[in-house]
Design a protein around this ligand. Structure first.
Ligand code: UT7
Length: 330
């Protein structure tokens, strides 16, 4: 029997026009460009400013870009997954709205949230649907309007996050290209260190939660940093070992863009030269679920059929993992 693997066959992206530079942040909180660049690698990030627009707007725009590049008929899409930590609203699925707006009227859809690991887990999920042989076109979108949960008086978080979206199309492949292996993990004891405390079922919205500014994301940066470095590096190392891959076999590392120092530490553990490491954190900051598909878009012209890509991510929860992937087109 021919083995079906799940390959990415097209990508699209969108970032809002408004650029929030380090210089601008200097007038909002006590920080400076030198500190931000040296501690994170971030120079600027994009922010969605238009009132009334949310994550679905970013996701729709990224998909429109993909459709324009491929001439894909949206009616052929069978499943739309929106990986996001900032859905448009509680209870109503963002993916359902996105699917309708892009014309994917024959599809079913759902949101998938595991903080900064959402897109990585979405790749695993999309692949299972394709590998089953039942689905032929699965659209996975990583989209986050991080600015919707940022307190722009908190210098520990407002310098890091930005808004953006990337979309990828998964299709069956019979040449062994696409997703090869995955190592995914979670540890719920870490949730205290990176969270939005109120607005969920434990701490529902009230005057107090608003006055206490508990609807914004908070993190204990140093703790998260430590776990991110060790777990992202461990997962990447494990996926190499398990598949008997040496550093020479790896064409690209596509790491979650949370902090340049975390990325460098992961590459160093893999003994990988930095010219094999995809990076765009300087332009977009941490866009949560959008970092990996934005990388694929920015590096698409350099990717070749058969390239080995190791994806790696770490996020709230804690959640983390690595995926071994073979690129399917030039
Ligand atoms: O997406 C996945 C989840 N998120 C992450 O992976 C983020 C992980 N954490 C980080 O990237 C880093 O911890 C941060 C970028 C958030 C912070 O960098 P750091 O090197 O860990 O700084 P720190 O929190 O240890 O603070 C060092 C110093 C402190 O001053 P003192 O106590 O040494 O005098 C802070 O008050 O830097 C100060 N500081 C700042 N200074 C200027 C903290 N934030 C800022 C700032 N500008 N924005």
């Amino acid at each position: 029997m021919i083995k079906i693997t799940a390959a990415i066959t097209a990508v699209g992206k969108y970032v809002p026009e408004h650029v929030l530079t380090n210089k601008m942040l200097e007038s909002m909180v006590e920080t400076n460009d030198e500190w931000i660049v040296s501690r994170t690698g971030i120079k600027e990030r994009r922010i969605l400013k238009e009132p009334g627009k949310g994550t679905s707007f970013l996701a729709i725009k990224a998909t429109e870009d993909l459709i324009a590049k491929t001439k894909l008929d949206p009616k052929e899409i069978e499943l739309v997954i929106v990986a996001t930590a900032t859905p448009d609203m509680q209870a109503a699925s963002t993916a359902a709205f996105v699917a309708s707006q892009i014309g994917a009227t024959e599809a079913f859809s759902f949101d998938l949230d595991s903080a900064c690991s959402s897109f990585l887990y979405g790749m695993s999920t999309a692949a299972r649907y394709i590998e089953s042989g039942k689905y032929k076109k699965v659209l996975l979108i990583g989209a986050d309007m991080c600015s919707s949960m940022i307190d722009y008086t908190d210098r520990a978080t407002c310098i890091i996050f930005g808004d953006g979206a990337g979309a990828v199309l998964f299709e069956p492949n019979t040449d062994g290209l696409g997703l090869q292996d995955e190592y995914l993990r979670t540890d719920g004891t870490g949730r205290e260190f990176l969270k939005v405390a109120a607005g969920g079922s434990i701490n529902r919205p009230s005057i107090e939660t608003v006055n206490n500014r508990q609807h914004f994301i908070r993190q204990e940066g140093r703790v998260v940093f430590k776990f991110a470095v060790s777990n992202m590096a461990d997962a990447s190392e494990k996926i190499l070992e398990r598949n008997n891959l040496s550093k020479e076999d790896v064409t690209w590392l596509a790491p979650h863009q949370a902090n340049k120092r975390i990325i460098e530490a992961t590459a160093s553990r893999m003994d990988l030269e930095m010219n094999k490491v995809m990076m765009n954190i300087h332009k977009y900051g941490n866009t949560t679920s959008a970092t990996l598909p934005l990388l694929l878009n920015d590096y698409e012209s350099q990717l070749k059929k058969g390239d080995t890509i190791i994806f790696a991510a770490f996020g709230g929860g804690f959640s983390w993992g690595a995926i071994y992937f073979k690129w399917a087109y030039n």
